[in-house]
Design a protein around this ligand. Structure first.
Ligand code: IMP
Ligand code: MG
Length: 183
């Protein structure tokens, strides 16, 4: 990984390793697009991206879905500077679009404890969508707090702190075209 360790985007930090390179991600995102296309043969589909982490994944993903769809976003309050989830999730941006009668697909960057996602699924589920599913680029499978299944998973993630392709560390590294752990 010496080439990418010299990446000028890294703020002088070193990578521990690249977990998923750009080609691997692109191939899997294309497959996910085909899975999603096949899973929704009819009805209105609303793809709801959780900001900010899903912004790159969502934009690549929707271009691989070959059926009509709408895109909107949710902004949930994060943990702030705490490393552990408080379990209190508030919506800071809530789309004006109605969810009623639509297939809603919630798109998340990474499922860690699953706390954020469980609360958001509760909130969205109250608005009478026709169906409600989760698509996550990465899943750490540590999600003891997740009360819902993740129907579409890009990759099983190692239990490391990952950055890139939308994922940040203190708001940095979201623009890396690959997913990596930092030294
Ligand atoms: P959860 O509520 O504990 O599942 O936290 C999920 C959120 O924490 C994700 O949407 C990310 O914003 C953040 N997160 C969890 N693990 C990582 C990681 O390895 N790198 C970057 N962000 C992470
Ligand atoms: Mg996030």
């Amino acid at each position: 990984m010496s080439v990418q360790s010299a990446d000028p985007r890294l703020l002088g930090r070193q990578l521990k390793r690249v977990a998923f390179d750009a080609e691997t991600i692109a191939a899997r995102v294309a497959e996910l697009g085909r899975e999603i296309t096949a899973a929704y043969p009819s009805g209105e589909l609303l793809v709801l991206g959780l900001l900010k982490g899903s912004f790159i994944f969502l934009s690549d993903l929707v271009r691989q879905v070959e059926r009509p769809l709408q895109v909107d976003f949710l902004v949930a309050s994060s943990y702030g500077d705490a490393t552990a989830s408080s379990g209190n999730v508030r919506l800071l941006y809530d789309p004006s679009t109605s969810f009623e009668g639509k297939h809603v697909l919630l798109v998340e960057d990474i499922v860690d404890s699953g706390r954020t996602l469980s609360h958001l699924m509760d909130l969205v589920g109250e608005r009478k969508p026709r169906s409600l599913e989760i698509c996550a680029l990465l899943h750490k499978h540590l999600a003891e707090h997740l009360r819902y299944g993740v129907k579409f998973i890009g990759f099983d993630a190692p239990n490391e702190f990952l950055v890139g392709y939308g994922l940040d560390h203190a708001e940095n590294f979201r623009h890396l075209p690959y997913v990596a752990s930092l030294e």
